[in-house]
Design a protein around this ligand. Sequence first.
Ligand SMILES: *[C@@H]1O[C@H](CO)[C@@H](O)[C@H](O)[C@H]1NC(C)=O
Ligand SMILES: *[C@@H]1O[C@H](CO)[C@@H](O)[C@H](O)[C@H]1NC(C)=O
Ligand SMILES: *[C@@H]1O[C@H](CO)[C@@H](O)[C@H](O)[C@H]1NC(C)=O
Length: 264
Amino acid sequence: MARRDESLLLCFMLLLPGAAGLLVVNHPGPVCGVKGSTLTLPCTFSTLKSVSEGGREVLVKIQRVVWCQNHAICQGSTPSVYDSESERRSNPRYRYLGDKEGNCTLQITDLQETDDATLRFRVEADHSSATFTGLPGVRVTVRDGIPMQIKNSSEADALLCTALCTFHHLEVTWFRDGHALPQSGPSLRLSALTAKDSGNYTCALKDDPRTTSLPYSLQVEAAGGGGGHLLPLIVSVVGGVLLAVALLLFCILRRYFITSGFKI
Ligand SMILES: *[C@@H]1O[C@H](CO)[C@@H](O)[C@H](O)[C@H]1NC(C)=O
Ligand SMILES: *[C@@H]1O[C@H](CO)[C@@H](O)[C@H](O)[C@H]1NC(C)=O
Ligand SMILES: *[C@@H]1O[C@H](CO)[C@@H](O)[C@H](O)[C@H]1NC(C)=O
């Protein structure tokens, strides 16, 4: 069934060579999300603005926009996850953040295994030459229980808990030497480190030990602390000020002695 639809679509596209550049859907390449998280697929599209009908240009009106899973054309009554003309045929976990003008952004909340599919977007207009389905579609992969990774973000002074997949709207638990820390965001701030912060850090998605990362070993030297870096700065600033004052004094004294008739 799907294969026949695909070849039909190919014929359709070959019949409309000039339209290929105008009928487009732009969305990201394959995306991957962690089960339970929220995935947003940014998407834009464009179609013919007008068609010529008996010698005059007629504006095209978009009548319906649809997102389908695993279907090459997504036309007619094909099961859909979002259908602008039918709430009944839309999945409540799929939110259409786009419009009928050129934005086809789709958001999937509480990602489930059933969302692992190829999604395609279809535009239906009042003229068949402006009606089309975006190819190849977006491949959405849903992962469950994959280990997280800890990355050192040197510019932000923080450790980041990341995954190869998107995990928006999921809480993270941080551990130091196996003990849970109070922080629950994907980024663990590490400003003003002291020796007590040393240890082996791991992170995992909340209540999901399967996702525990490999340990990240952090060693903070006990002696000196932050003051150690400041000391050379203080010495050079104070030294510079003292030198300037001495020079100024010398000049003032010299002028005083010259005007008083003494020689230095
Ligand atoms: C499409 O709509 C979404 C949600 O409203 C918005 O975040 C995004 O910036 C829009 N994209 C464009 C290209 O306008
Ligand atoms: C992060 O990495 C940089 C260089 O790779 C290192 O100098 C710095 O100490 C690291 N920070 C932490 C908190 O591990
Ligand atoms: C952290 O792990 C390393 C080996 O991976 C181990 O040698 C070290 O003792 C550990 N540190 C703590 C505080 O458990």
